[in-house]
Design a protein around this ligand. Structure first.
Ligand SMILES: Cc1ncc(COP(=O)(O)O)c(C=O)c1O
Length: 392
């Protein structure tokens, strides 16, 4: 009856089953994975957001497959302010980044074609690739305590086959928090050119550089010679995932990017999935992005410090270097398996953390934490986790 797209194990994993049991019993769980920004006590400018969404222009339906010009101008202004001017004609709006990925996979691949994605990385991505009948192949990211994270360029190159259609970069990556380095950009742009591949760059966490520092922004249109698609949206940029506005910036070699724009217009015309009120609201919302970004950045900084301080007193735990994004990775050196650790923490201590294997780390020992929970909740959860697994 149903398509082969569902041929993976869809049973809930042991961790979510246990969590569901605890929630049904009304137990209070300290959720150190919470990364829904609307649930962590941020002070949103509610009146401004709601007023922006109720502008009179929203009563007219005037569909444009690229998205309304007012919204594209607002997004172009955001990039101008980031020092990366782009053309409004290069912008295509979608309801979310997931929709943007799906549109791009339809644009670039035939069933069975391959897309190269980072490992460890954003767990949803491999499923998005598969739902569009493409095959995800994983290129490794390496960590060393001196230089932090880097892309294994030789391994990436070795994965390219005649069926490869695109390389996905997450800048900065989830959950490693690493920005793509200048040398990596150059090498990967050259690789894409050599093998006729497109470059898809997800920059949803771009504005959250640790200590205000960020790597180079991909959206700058003259950066690349290969065909490039840069993704971002209000979900992370403004902590407003429920408003459903994201976008694709098309860049790279002129002939290819012009053809891509034309195909994207055709594709998006079949869906027209972005609601009108959010398009009219875009400028007013983006103009106020700093109000929420400041709170998120400060939350991340405080929680990072709490984590570093708590871990400094242990001899067997370390926090991996983080350049940006919303997550921290703790490496715990002991003989406990990931599965045992996360189940034990939830079962006995009511603390929820993500095991490294959710993100496809290459070995056991990693725990991934969201840095968004309220500071008191974060401190309490981290102290208890380290109390159990940290030793001097
Ligand atoms: C790397 C990355 N891209 C995209 C998204 C989701 O974005 P959206 O809400 O726009 O679909 C996430 C969500 O966690 C993410 O981690």
């Amino acid at each position: 009856m149903f398509s082969d797209r569902f041929d993976w194990d869809q049973d809930a994993n042991a961790l979510s089953l246990l969590l569901g049991d605890k929630q049904r019993r009304g137990e209070r769980v300290v959720d150190l994975t919470e990364s829904n920004p609307t649930r962590v006590g941020l002070a949103y400018e509610v009146d401004n957001i709601l007023a922006a969404l109720s502008q009179p222009g929203s009563m007219e339906y005037a569909p444009d497959p690229r998205g309304l010009l007012v919204a594209r101008q607002a997004i172009a202004k955001y990039y101008r302010e980031r020092g990366a001017p782009i053309d409004t004609d290069a912008l295509f709006l979608t309801a979310g980044t997931s929709d943007a990925y799906s549109i791009l996979f339809k644009l670039l691949g035939n069933p069975g074609d391959e897309v190269l994605i980072p490992r460890p990385g954003y767990p949803l991505l491999a499923y998005l690739v598969r739902l569009d009948s493409l095959r995800a192949r994983f290129y490794p990211l390496r960590y060393d305590s001196a230089g932090g994270w880097s892309i294994d360029l030789d391994a990436l190159q070795a994965l390219i086959t005649p069926r490869t259609r695109a390389i996905v970069l997450i800048n900065p990556n989830n959950p490693t928090g690493a920005y793509v380095k200048q040398t990596e950009w150059q090498a990967i742009d050259a690789m894409c050119r050599r093998h006729d591949l497109a470059l898809i760059v997800d920059e949803v966490f771009y504005d959250y550089g640790a200590g205000g520092a960020a790597g180079p922004i991909a959206a700058q249109q003259d950066r690349f010679e290969s065909l490039t698609f840069v993704l971002n949206g209000l979900s992370k940029l403004m902590g407003l995932p429920q408003l459903k506005l994201a976008w694709i910036v098309v860049g790279g070699e002129f002939g290819l990017s012009s053809a891509a724009r034309s195909h994207l217009e055709t594709l998006l015309d079949f869906y027209l999935s972005v609601a009108t009120p959010i398009q009219h609201a875009a400028e007013r919302l983006l103009d106020r992005r700093h109000a929420v970004q400041r709170q998120i950045l400060s939350r991340i900084e405080v929680n990072s410090r709490i984590l570093e301080e708590r871990i400094a007193s242990t001899g067997n735990c370390r926090v991996l270097q983080r350049e940006g994004g919303w997550y921290a990775i703790v490496d715990i050196l002991d003989m406990v398996s990931d599965e045992t650790r996360v189940m034990h923490l939830l079962k006995h201590d009511n603390i929820l953390v993500h095991p490294g294997f959710f993100y496809d780390f290459n070995r056991e020992g990693f725990v991934v934490l969201s840095l968004l929970p309220r500071e008191d909740i974060f401190r309490n959860g981290v102290s208890r986790m380290i109390g159990r697994y940290g030793h001097t």
